[in-house]
Every structure is written in C-alpha cells, then in structure tokens.
Design a protein around this ligand. Structure first.
Ligand code: FAD
Length: 590
C-alpha cells in the first residue's frame, strides 16, 4: 500500500474547481497522486430521461472542467470512465492503488443508495471515503433534523432551520485551487488491459441489482482507453437534435454570474414576480439554474456575491428587494425542495406512499406498483379516466393545444431546455388543476426529459406546488392561458417567436387566433383548423391551406370550472399519498 495518499476524486454534482469543499478537502490530503474522474452512471445514461440539450450541457461542463485541470497541470484532465460506479470503482481502486475516495454529498434518493453501496465496497477494500456538502447552501439533512425530522415545506421553515446552522449564514466560498498534483504516469493510468470484472455483493438485494445493472450496461459502453470526454455522436445524439442556445461549463457560468453582479441595480431590485416569462434574448432571470444543477456554479458563490452587492447598496442607502422574492430568496426555495426530498427519499418523487402529497383523482395518473404487477408486462402505466385526457396530454407535450401562450412555452422548453419560472407555472397549472386535470407526475416526466436544469427535488417539488398537492393550496387561483399571456406579452412577440405560423396575426387575436375572421386568417397566411397533428396538417394542405395552427383543444372556461369543482371535492375528501385507499387502489371504487 502506498504510504502517501493516492486520491480518487469523483466528480458528480460539482463540475467546477471554485468553491468545492470536497475538492479542497481532497487536495488538503496532499496526495502524491490525484485522479479526478467522472464515471458513467447507467441510471443516468439509461434510466433517467435526459434530452439532447441536457446531454450537451453535461458534455460542455465536462470539457470545460477538463480544460481547467489541464491549465493547472498539463498532465491532468477530467478522466471519464465509461462504466457504472459500482463495478468500475473497485477496479480503479485496485489498478491505481487508491487510498482515498472523495466526493460531494448528493441527497437525491438514487444517489444516496448508490453512494451507500460504493461506501460499503470501499470499506471492504480499506479505502477511506470522505464526503462533503457543497451542492446546497446548507446540508439538507441538517435542515431536516432542525425541522424535527420532517420535510421542510415552507420558506419560514427553511429560514428557521437554516438559522440554527451558523446563524443562517452559509459558509463563504473557497477559492479554486492554484495547482493540482499529477496523476500516475501514462502506463499506470492505462486501463485498457483491465477486464470487465464486476463485484459480487451478497445479501444486499438493492446493491446486487445495481451491480447487475452496471454490468449489463458496461458491456455496451465499454471502458475506453483514452478517458476522453464523449462526443454527442458517441452517445447517439445527432447535432441536429440539439437546438438550444444555452451552453454549459464553469467558465461560462462564472462569466454569466459576473455580468449580473456588475449590474448592481439588477441584483438589488430583482423581484421574481416582476420578471417577465415572455422575455427572451435576454431572458429576465439569471438562467443560472442548469449551472447550479451540474455544479458548474457554486450556490454559495452565487449567494455571497449577491449578498456583497446588497451590503454595498445598503451602505449607499439604496434599497434591496426582500426575501423571498429577491435572489437569495430564490436560492432558499431551492434549499426548501432539497430538504423536502432529503426527508422522504424515493417517496418524495410520486404520490403513492408520499404522506406530504394530496391525492387528487386526476384523469391521467400513475398506477400503484401493485396494480402494475397484477396487470402484467403489457399494463399501461397510468389510469385514464377521461378518454380525452391522453390526447390533451400529448397535445400539451407537443405544443399544439391551440392556446398560443401554452404552445409557445412548450415549444421553447423542447427546443431550448429552459423556460421562465412563471412560464413553468402557466404550463404546469394548465396540465393539472387549471385545464386538463392530468396528474402532475406525468408533467414532471416531460420536464425531466427536456429541462437542462432538471433537478429532481426542484422539479417534483414545484410540480406539487403548481398542482396544489403540496406546498401550496390555493387551487382557486388559476392561470388563464389567454389573459396571463396577454399581460406579459402584449405585442405577442414571444408567441410569434415560438409559434412562427402565427407571426403575421394581429396582436388583437394572437392569444385567441380562433376568433380571427377567416378572411384575416387567410390574409395572415395561417388557417386555424384541426388538431396540429401531422395528419391534420396534411389534410388541410390537400385542401390548399399551406399553413395551419390548431383550434383550442377545449373551452378553457368550462375546463376551469370543472377543475375547480373537482379540486374542491378532492380537498374535501382529503386523501394523501400514504392513505390506505390510495396505496391499494380502492379509491377509484369509492
Ligand atoms: P432565477 O430566478 O435567476 O433564480 C436563481 C436560482 O434560484 C435558480 O437558478 C434556481 O436554482 C433557484 N430557484 C429559483 N426559483 C426556484 C424555485 N421555485 N424552486 C427551486 N429553485 C429555484 N428549477 C430547477 O432548478 N430545476 C427544475 O427541475 C425545476 N423544475 C421546475 C418545475 C416547475 C413546474 C416549476 C414551476 C419550477 C421549476 N423550477 C426548477 C424552479 C424555477 O422555475 C427555476 O429554478 C428557474 O426558473 C430557473 O431560472 P433562473 O436560473 O433564471 O432562476
């Protein structure tokens, strides 16, 4: 065994060098050999829904980090290992004589399981494991403990629980390292002779399952000798599939942040409800969320850079916007969702078994695991209570509801991977309690695939909020897809950008194009007809109409009334995800 530390640094949620408590700790061990790696995770690669824009953002972030390592030490880079952690890490420990494994804490349910499995294996091999908090301002587990072990579900609970940690003041950010030690020499780093081996895990079914999963997929990915950053092509994504303008990487993130911080007026007066969901190029909020997700930006740096502007403005006797609508408030919302998830693990992600979530009899909702098992492998994964609901869901997903405000947002989401918070409010409310009456879980799946900032805790938590199933309960406050759009996009510029078929429509009709006289529709080069599907468009083309935009898929006022009555009824029944009727599926017979 080496007498000096040989450190394997495992990058996961922290694709950065600045302000990384885990990386700083790893380097403080004064390693004789230091190897920063990224491992393919079969869960991420094959099970999570990851759309092309998010893949590119991840690869951008890896490339940028690798370049930064090489700048610090020409022998270094980010060593990408194409195999799942459960099988590949033990091989690396052995091949590279590793003494220490260091990584940033990840409280996502799957990540906790994976990390526990890895730590057990490491213990067996005598590897010292060091885990540090760095993804959030506060340790989500500590917030939960300070909240009497319960999920943190309100801003006041976050503030109260946070106050007990360092008086509510997160640690100041740490500088990026000025140098990093060498890896092994080329010969020792080369793993090309290492066979795919796998590790046996006895008695722990969960871990055994994951090892099996890793083994299966590692054969497909195969360890690749050069440890290089994969290309989109290697992952099977064509360049033409990546349409979004938003690029990843620590250097991009720091530049964006610095730009905002320089604009002290923007930072001091930022109030979320006053930012426009219809703004584009530039958007009205920071768009730093994907960087926080991949850890290419430290949340503590974001927080403290803003606080420093606040302090400066205070000295200059200038007002700063209050919590929770200001920028630190936004970051605290993120803390809240992390600390809600940390308390509940996998249960947080769905309705069934989740005590914090209200049960609503949605038209389209996931079945219980028991129901799925009973129905066998051909079972549909969800209940369909209204024949139209599946159709509405598909039209919502594809941006062809016939409501231009909703369609523009859904198309922006699919093309670019990011939409403004109030845009997310609009489409989430519309799909659930304010239109389609489809379960939030189905909407969350679509966001999971398309968002470049997809964060399990924030996505699930916000979907619960918008569907009034947890965090928020004012279901009678509903977003109109017509008047809310008009308020923020009075000229219709946003709609024209993402629904270009309506580009020539007068602003009077842009949010309700079906009301435009047929002569005007012809004059403006687009007939309002059909359902926006390929078949319906082709049919219209045969009739000589080159361009069409769908008719609204339902009467919004009627649907709003339906939804409110149904929500009122569900609230009065008062079931939650962990009630017996919900767990065994008998609620539907009631
Ligand atoms: P800014 O307004 O500039 O805020 C700064 C940062 O604060 C953000 O980058 C983000 O990290 C955090 N933040 C702001 N608002 C929230 C919030 N409500 N919840 C959690 N964090 C917040 N955010 C995600 O990061 N990932 C998700 O998967 C996600 N899914 C969402 C799903 C729905 C249905 C809704 C309504 C919101 C979701 N959000 C999610 C929250 C929010 O919309 C985004 O964080 C925000 O729009 C990102 O843009 P920004 O960086 O410009 O935000």
């Amino acid at each position: 065994k080496p007498t000096t530390p040989v450190v394997l640094y495992w990058h996961r949620t922290d694709l950065r060098l600045h302000d990384s408590p885990a990386l700083t700790t790893a380097l403080s061990l004064k390693p004789s050999v230091f190897i920063p790696i990224w491992t393919w995770d079969p869960h991420y690669v094959y099970h999570a829904r990851v759309g092309p824009n998010r893949w590119r953002f991840l690869l951008d972030s890896q490339k940028d980090l690798s370049k930064s390592y090489t700048t610090l030490n020409p022998k270094q880079k980010l060593w990408v290992v194409r195999e799942g952690p459960m099988t590949v890490l033990p091989k690396l420990w052995k091949a590279w004589g590793i003494t220490h494994l260091v990584f940033e804490q990840d409280t996502d349910a799957y990540a906790r399981d994976r990390d526990e499995g890895v730590m057990k294996l490491a213990e067996k091999e005598g590897i010292e494991v060091i885990v540090k908090v760095g993804r959030t301002l506060f340790d989500p587990d500590m917030l939960v403990r300070n909240n009497q072990g319960k999920p943190v579900v309100s801003m006041s609970q976050v503030e109260k629980a946070g106050d007990k940690i360092n008086g509510g003041r997160p640690d100041r950010p740490i500088d990026a390292p000025g140098s990093v030690p060498d890896p092994w020499n080329e010969e020792r780093m080369d793993l090309s002779g290492v066979e795919f081996g796998g590790v046996e895990v006895e008695g722990d079914l969960n871990a055994a399952y994951r090892v099996e999963e890793d083994r299966q997929y590692s054969r497909i990915m195969g360890p690749k000798g050069d440890f290089g950053i994969p290309t989109l092509e290697e992952i099977g994504i064509g360049e033409d599939q990546v349409e979004g303008p938003h690029r990843g990487g620590e250097s991009v993130a720091l530049k964006i942040l610095a730009g905002y911080i320089e604009d002290e007026e923007y930072i001091g007066t930022f109030e979320k409800p006053n930012t426009s969901p219809a703004a584009f190029e530039p958007q009205s909020t920071t768009l730093l969320s994907p960087h926080l997700h991949f850890g290419s930006l430290s949340v503590r740096k974001f927080f403290w850079d803003v606080q420093d502007v606040f302090s400066k403005r205070k000295k200059e006797k200038k007002q700063n916007a209050p919590i929770p609508t200001n920028l630190p408030g936004q970051l605290l919302f993120r803390e809240m969702y992390f600390a809600a998830q940390a308390a509940l693990g996998y249960k947080f992600q769905r309705t069934y078994g989740n005590k914090m979530v209200r049960f609503i009899d949605w038209h389209l909702q996931s079945k219980t695991p028991e129901e799925l098992e009973k129905e066998g492998p051909t079972a549909q994964p969800y209940h369909v209570d209204s024949p139209e609901a599946e159709e509405w869901f598909q039209r919502w997903r594809e941006g062809r509801t016939g409501f231009p405000w909703i369609d523009a947002l859904m198309r922006q989401l699919k093309q670019e991977g990011w939409i403004h918070h109030l845009g997310r409010h609009s489409v989430a409310c519309f799909l659930t309690r304010g239109g389609c009456y489809v379960s939030w879980e189905r909407g969350a799946e679509v966001f999971e695939e398309w968002l470049i900032d997809h964060e399990m805790a924030s996505n699930i938590g916000n979907w619960m909020w918008l569907s009034c199933t947890a965090f928020y309960n004012q279901y009678y406050r509903c977003y109109s897809p017509i008047s809310f759009g008009k308020k923020w996009d009075p000229q219709g510029d946003f709609v024209r950008k993402y629904c270009p078929e309506l580009a020539k429509f007068d602003k009077k009709y842009i949010f309700e194009p079906w009301k435009a006289p047929i002569a005007d529709q012809r004059k403006w080069g687009c007939r309002i007809s059909g359902d926006g599907s390929v078949e319906s468009k082709e049919k219209m083309q045969e009739q000589g109409e080159e361009q069409t935009y769908p008719k609204p898929m339902f009467d919004f006022d009627e649907r709003r009334t339906f939804c409110m009555d149904a929500m009122k009824n569900a609230y009065s029944i008062g079931l939650h995800g962990d009630d017996r009727e919900v767990l065994n599926g008998t609620w539907r017979k009631a």
